[in-house]
Design a protein around this ligand. Sequence first.
Ligand code: ING
Length: 314
Amino acid sequence: MTRTLTIGAGQLGPIARDEPKSDVVERLISLLEQAHARGCVLVAFPELCLTTFFPRWYTTASEEIDRWFEREMPSPETKPLFDEAARLGIGFTLGYGELTTDDEGVTHRYNTQILVDSAGVIVGRYRKVHVPGHAEYDPSRPFQHAERHYFEPGDRFGVWRAFGGIVGMATCNDRRWPETYRVMGLQGAELILIGYNTPLYYAPDPQQNPLQSFHNHLVMQAGAYQNGCYVVGVAKGGTEEGVESLAQSAIIAPSGQLIAQAITTGDELITATIDLDYCKFYKETLFNYDLYRVPAAYRLITERRGAGAPEEMS
Ligand code: ING
C-alpha cells in the first residue's frame, strides 16, 4: 500500500516594504496555478509571506506595526487565495503575522503559520516557538532582527491528520533545534512544512555567513532523517529591502536526501511526488522510538533551559 501525494514548495523572492498584500496574493496564486498544473495537492508558502520581513526594522509605533499583521484569516486580501486554492482543490500552508486579542482584551502578536486543506478550510495553526533575534533596538547591527520585539512565542508543536497522513509545521529558526522535529515525530509526523526568512548576514557571528546555505540544509536533512519524515523548507529569499536573504528551498526525504531544491532566489515552485509510507523504512528500523529511546536518560532536556553544571557522574 502506498500513500503518494505530489507536494510543492512555493518559494517567494523579495517583497518590497510598500508592496500591497493583494499584489503578493497574486504571486501566491500564480504559484498555486503552477502547482495545479503539476498535480500538487499541497503547497507550502514561506514564513511571514504577505509582507516584507518587517523585523529588520525596529519601531514602537503601533499603527506602523499593526499594518504588518492580520486580525482575521482569511483576511480580505487573502480571501482570493483561499478561494482559488479551494477551486483548484489544493491545500497550502501560509506564514503571516497574527494579531489576536484574548478574553481579557489583551493583544498578542505571533509569527504564525496555518495549514489549509484542499477545501480551503484552516485545519491547523502553529505559532513559532523559537523566536530568534532581539527585543530591544540594537544599534550595532546593519539591520535589525527584532522578532523578540514583535512576536510572543508559541508553546507547542502540533501535528494534524491531513492529506492522508500526519502533517506538522514549524517556522524558520525552529528548524535549527532538534527538539522541534522530535516532538512532532513523537506524534507520528510524516511531513513537516517549514517556512523561513534567513538573512545571509548573521550579526552575532559573521563567520557563519558563508555557511548559511550549508546550515539550512544540514538541519532539515538531519531533522528528516532522525525522525523518519519528509521535510519541506520554503524560503522568502533574494535581496529584500537591501538585505540579502537565503533561498535554497528544498524538499527532503526521510532518508535525509534532497529530492528537490530551488535554483533561483525568486518566486519559484519546486515539487515532488512523495510516498508517506516510505517513512516506515526509518520509523520502524533505526529510529523506532519505542524500541530504542531512553527517555530517563534525556531528563535534562526538559528540566534545563540553559546548560548547567555537569551532573555528578556516579
Ligand atoms: N531567521 C533566522 C533563522 O533562524 C537567523 C534567524 C538570521 C539565523 C540570520 C541565522 C542567520 O533562519 C528567522 N526568521 O528565524
